[in-house]
Design a protein around this ligand. Structure first.
Ligand code: ZN
Length: 488
């Protein structure tokens, strides 16, 4: 007995020693760089140029057919007037009608080029919510602190900040060493199947192989990561896939006075509930795990201890993450029932009920795996359909955080936002980069815009706005990125 106790005591001591050693061995992965002081941004003018762009109603409609052609043409003309040096120096080509490809020729054609992406389209304003906006969604209102309007965050700020940075650099005589491309799609919000797909195909056809691609995705989070007070730049190094599965249940129909125990609606409801009750398994891996390697060293001891010892605390951490929707989305393929239809009259049993469930697929899982999971979970008498006009994408691969472009983005951020923490991240949403995966191994998804608690609801929601200072910071980031990546 004594021997056993002694052995257990020793084992416990050993365990504690290992946990503490692992915690102590966690080293910061941040890059130190002196702040740059010679970046110039016309803060007020930049905000006004952005505000002007928000007034063009470049909305992407789900149907895809009725593209707001006049709005896109208006925006293109407006960009030409607002950034004269860019349009005098770079070549601009319309692609798939409303997407834009800018080429800024480098002095050294032997160097692999650089590709910066954003999108010009925005999501519609949900009917009935217009009056909830403090300033009308397409007014491009500036209140002295913020620029208000649809697209202020997602993603006209990206388009305009890139052009603003190029215009500023051109006015200072900057010439890139390597060729720089700007690709601005026009249908990202409905999957990018026309714009981004055509842009990527054109670049591929020309043999363009970018050193790296930077698109929207992550942001600078201000006070949103527990335990870290400094701003944190979440740079997307992977993104989840997406699959919508249609479920249909059928039954005999007839008069509601003599119903069977379970009709089409009941069986479909049971299938949805089964899917919600049996989510795909959780796992801390890939870009999510990588983000802990970057964030843990910047956290207080307790959090650092847990994240440095996931071999021991993994199940605990998974439970913790699963308890909140944002955390849950980082560790598993999520299940979201988004459409449920059936029945037309109160006293008629419907023949058919239909639902759509949208899955966001964790890297490591796959479309085929999700379909198998749905089949196994809902049973044989619910029919499944997928594909067709519905967008289905496999999860992306993971971009290397050890590759030089990641360090370059890290350094640029350290130079422009002193004290910032930079972390790789898994994006739970999708971007246009899914069409570009064949062009470069180094794809990063990040827009240098500050987000505070509550701002996430403004994305695709009401009262979208960007801080004037935050926008100026984004312009400085792109200026410095271009100097670091394409300067002499
Ligand atoms: Zn976007």
């Amino acid at each position: 007995m004594k021997k056993i106790l002694a052995f257990l005591g020793l084992a416990l001591l050993l365990l504690i020693a290992v946990v503490l050693a692992r915690t102590a061995l966690v080293k910061s992965r941040q890059i130190q760089a002196a702040p740059v002081t010679d970046l110039t941004v016309d803060v007020r003018g930049a905000a006004e140029r952005l505000a002007g762009a928000l007034r063009f109603v470049t909305v992407s409609h789900e149907a895809g057919a009725n593209v707001e052609a006049a709005a896109f043409q208006g925006l293109h003309q407006y960009l030409e007037q607002s950034f004269p040096k860019v349009h005098a120096t770079l070549t601009r080509e319309p692609v798939a009608e409303h997407s834009l490809l800018y080429t800024w020729k480098g002095r050294n054609p032997g160097l692999p080029p650089l590709l910066l992406m954003s999108h010009q389209d925005v999501v519609p304003v949900e009917p009935g919510t217009e009056k909830d906006w403090t300033h009308p969604p397409f007014s491009g209102f500036i209140d002295g602190q913020f620029v208000w309007g649809r697209g202020a965050l997602d993603d006209k700020a990206g388009v305009l900040a890139i052009l603003e940075a190029a215009e500023t650099l051109l006015s200072r005589g900057f010439q890139p060493e390597r060729t720089v491309y700007f690709a601005f799609g026009h249908d990202e919000e409905v999957g990018g199947r026309r714009g981004a797909a055509a842009l990527a195909a054109l670049l591929a056809q020309r043999g363009v192989r970018p050193e790296f691609i930077l698109d929207e995705g992550g942001a600078i989070l201000d006070g949103m990561i527990p335990g870290i007070e400094r701003p944190v730049a979440m740079v997307g190094t992977a993104e989840k896939g997406s699959l919508s599965v249609e479920l249909t249940a059928e039954s005999a129909g007839g008069h509601s006075s003599m119903p069977p125990p379970h009709g089409a609606i009941g069986r479909l409801a049971a299938a949805i509930e089964a899917l919600e009750d049996h989510p795909m398994p959780a796992r801390i891996a890939g870009a999510t795990q990588r983000s802990f390697e970057y964030l843990a060293p910047e956290m207080p001891f307790g959090q650092r201890l847990v994240l440095a010892n996931l071999w021991l605390f993994g199940p605990l951490a998974e439970r913790q993450f699963a308890s909140d929707p944002a955390g849950n989305a980082r560790i598993r393929t999520t299940t979201a029932a988004t459409i449920f239809q059936g029945g037309v009259k109160e006293n008629v049993l419907p023949h058919r009920a239909r639902a759509v469930v949208n899955f966001r697929i964790l890297p490591g899982d796959s479309i085929a795996g999700v379909i198998q999971h749905v089949r196994d979970t809902v049973g044989p008498d619910v029919k499944l359909a997928w594909g067709g006009s519905r967008l289905a994408t496999e999860p992306s691969g993971e971009s290397d955080t050890g590759a030089p472009p990641f360090a370059l983005i890290q350094k640029t951020l350290a130079q422009v936002v002193p004290g910032i923490v930079v972390s790789p991240n898994l994006l739970s949403g999708g971007t246009d980069t899914k069409h570009y995966v064949r062009l470069s191994r180094n794809i990063y998804r990040f827009a240098p815009i500050r987000m505070k608690e509550g701002d996430l609801g403004r994305l695709h929601g009401t009262n979208e706005r960007v801080g004037i200072e935050s926008y100026a910071e984004a312009v400085r980031f792109f200026e410095q990125l271009l100097r670091n990546a394409a300067g002499a």
